[in-house]
Design a protein around this ligand. Structure first.
Ligand code: ZN
Length: 380
């Protein structure tokens, strides 16, 4: 009776995928979600979209603690999955949802870079797919070894701080919509802290410097490092036959996150990526892109912002002065449709921004980027 109820609950929580999963997987989902405080685990953490034949983008719905998207490449006999989100329960949710699309086993898991929201779910694959290889660039493996534990600790501290903020805001909320928002933020943040408190970062098994090609019968998959950008180790996964690119945070549908970035080198790296013949882009955050135009826009923004911050800093202006002066309206690269696009994408796919106006979120993000570039200008 108890088992039956639990099974019904999981089927509801994880959707149709739960019943399509193997018994081994079902047991894994059960255990993982129990550890992750399952009652607050949302239904449909991802929106799984077919991008090309055998290639899917799993787009993270605005999760409370940020989760990256995943890209799924369906090989002849198995799957390659790109990125592992911020927590093992997100991997459990992804694989359960994936079982509505394919029952092939996971054989390869690629981590595009070392950031916590792209790598902290990796442990789930150790249990769920013990034979799967965890793959990254050499630089990313070193960065996880060096910073993985510290970044997890930082994310837990930030979450605890955010939790205090949400509680205060809940006290001041004056609409049912605001109340529901802050209640959701509190429940999700608490679940994240509970789940991740004792997590140990996983190190990749297989690393490469510049290129690794999987010659699968279904298609070739090119894993490529093309220079420093978002971090010193970002890789992409490119399928030439289907013209699809999984780009992590080197290229996505929000404004870039530049705290560990190389602002002078990033646009050049994107130019290299641009020489690959793709039309579909599954980035680390926000919607799938079905054209190549965002690559130039994203690179153009990084280039313009870097020039302005560098010129301002060299002429003796303060960070605060630059943050006041460099607004979205002052940037040619954000004029027109592109600025509106990224603003609305951040509101739609970032839970923290969901009560805000796109223009305000855009302005805040530019301010944050000005500071990040300021700090990273002389990075060698
Ligand atoms: Zn990210």
């Amino acid at each position: 009776m108890h088992t039956h109820t639990r099974r019904g609950f999981l089927a509801q929580t994880l959707g149709a995928g739960f019943l399509g999963a193997s018994l081994f997987e079902q047991a894994f989902f059960r255990a993982t979600l129990a550890r992750a405080a399952a009652p607050s685990a949302p239904v449909d953490v991802f929106d799984i979209q077919k991008v090309a034949d055998g290639i899917y983008g799993a787009i993270a719905h605005a999760p409370v603690v940020v989760n990256c998207n995943a890209a799924i490449f369906e090989n002849e006999k198995d799957l390659l999955i790109v990125d592992t989100h911020s927590k093992p329960s997100a991997v459990a949710a992804l694989v359960a949802q994936l079982r509505t699309v394919t029952k092939k086993p996971v054989r390869w898991v690629v981590e595009t870079h070392f950031h916590w929201d792209h790598s902290q779910g990796a442990h789930a694959y150790r249990q769920l797919a013990p034979g799967a290889e965890l793959v990254s660039s050499t630089a990313t493996r070193s960065l996880i070894a060096e910073f993985g534990a510290a970044r997890l600790k930082e994310s837990l501290e930030e979450s605890a701080k955010a939790l205090d903020g949400y509680r205060q805001q809940l006290g001041k909320a004056n609409s049912p919509q605001e109340r529901a928002h802050f209640e959701r933020m509190i429940a999700g943040t608490r679940a994240y802290i509970a789940e991740m408190r004792n997590y140990q970062p996983e190190l990749p098994d297989l690393t490469f410097e510049d290129n690794l090609v999987l010659h699968d019968k279904a298609h070739e998959l090119h894993l490529a490092f093309r220079g420093r950008g978002h971090t010193s180790g970002d890789v992409v996964v490119f399928c030439p036959e289907k013209r699809a690119l999984a780009s992590g945070d080197l290229l996505h549908s929000w404004l870039p996150s530049m705290g560990d970035g190389y602002p002078h080198e990033w646009p050049r790296t994107l130019q290299q990526i641009g020489s690959l013949d793709f039309t579909h882009v599954i980035g680390g955050h926000g919607a799938v892109q079905d054209s190549r135009q965002r690559l130039g826009q994203f690179a153009g923004y990084i280039e313009e912002l870097t020039e302005k911050v560098e010129a301002g800093k060299r002429s003796g202006r303060t960070l605060e002065q630059l943050q006041t002066g460099i607004t979205p309206a002052s940037l040619k690269s954000l004029a027109g449709e592109y600025g509106e696009f990224v603003g609305s994408q951040m509101v739609r796919y970032d839970a923290d921004a969901e009560l805000s106006r796109p223009a305000d979120v855009l302005a805040d993000s530019v301010k944050g980027n000005v500071e990040e570039v300021w700090n990273r200008l002389d990075q060698v």
